[in-house]
Design a protein around this ligand. Structure first.
Ligand SMILES: [Ca+2]
Length: 296
């Protein structure tokens, strides 16, 4: 519950004004350097460096350096406050907890969504993903085909994250995952951009030619890459590792919603359209549904 607690603390503490000296260390949120466009407006700076200790005169020990300030938190404008407030209203805290382990590439083994896929003009995909021990994450995370078109949407980890839309390579992100990581991808088809977040922070935004929405009614598969409807899987594109709390929203999630999900596994952005709950999926082959870590 810490994550949501922290967000509420920020919100309640500020009353539309700046908040200073709020230590967010226990929220597992990262602070960034001021002016870095990747940082969120209410994170002003890293904890400042303490002054260095003075060198002792010969034969004496020098004084220790002072401790730096804790991570500072500043909501700079009323607009920032409003933004946080709006996004907090879009959080729920009793979110579906799901965990699936893909131990091998023995095929076929995948999760098929039974939930009907809607048209998606803007959408967001988030999950915690963990590669197998001592491996980098590799394989197809999301593969969506319709009856008439393959690769309508593909998100596949190679030594990077490759995203294909309408069968065309839309973006390649420098993302190489070697440990459990919270990953979100937010895509606007109409505006032609996609943004990747790792562990709650935006790391890259790329543009592509604006395009028609993803057409619903097809087959979405987690863990294999379809080259035909529910078939033509390739072993070297099979995902191994663990996928937790995979959810999809047919809207753009905001920075704060994504941060909140990273800070607290029980929290999630409201109004999701897809989650991998038992009743929503067919599990095929060597994929294990496991007990989620969090008891929310
Ligand atoms: Ca393929």
């Amino acid at each position: 519950m810490f994550g949501v607690f922290c967000f509420l603390l920020i919100f309640n503490g500020c009353n539309g004004q700046a908040v200073n000296n709020l230590n967010l260390g226990h929220c597992r949120m990262s602070c960034d350097q001021e002016g870095n466009t990747a940082s969120l407006p209410y994170f002003s700076s890293k904890g400042s460096q303490g002054r260095p200790g003075k060198r002792g005169i010969k034969g004496e020990t020098g004084r220790k350096g002072e401790k730096g300030e804790p991570c500072q938190c500043v909501l700079q404008t009323a607009k920032d406050v409003e933004k946080v407030q709006n996004q907090l209203q879009n959080l729920q805290i009793d979110c579906p907890q799901t965990k699936y382990f893909f131990p091998t590439r023995t095929q076929p083994r995948y999760i098929r969504m039974k939930t009907p896929i809607e048209n998606m003009a803007s959408f967001s995909v988030c999950a915690w993903i963990t590669p197998l021990e001592n491996q980098n994450l590799s394989g197809s995370f999301i593969s969506y085909n319709t009856a008439t078109t393959d690769n309508v949407l593909v998100m596949i980890f190679t030594a990077k994250l490759d995203i294909y839309i309408h069968s065309v390579a839309a973006s390649h992100f420098s993302v190489n995952i070697a440990r459990r990581t919270h990953v979100c991808v937010v895509i606007s088809m109409q505006r032609g951009w996609m943004k990747v977040y790792l562990d709650g922070s935006p790391i890259s935004k790329q543009t592509f030619t604006p395009n028609a929405p993803i057409v619903g009614g097809g087959e979405m598969v987690i863990g294999e890459e379809q080259d035909s409807l529910l078939g033509s899987f390739e072993k070297n594109q099979a995902l191994t590792g663990t996928v937790e709390n995979l959810m999809i929203w047919t809207r753009q999630l905001g920075d704060y919603e994504i941060q909140a999900m990273y800070a607290n596994m029980c929290a999630c952005a409201k109004y999701h359209t897809i989650a991998l709950t038992t009743e929503a999926v067919d599990v095929v082959g060597d994929v294990r549904a496991e007990t989620p870590d969090e008891d929310c």
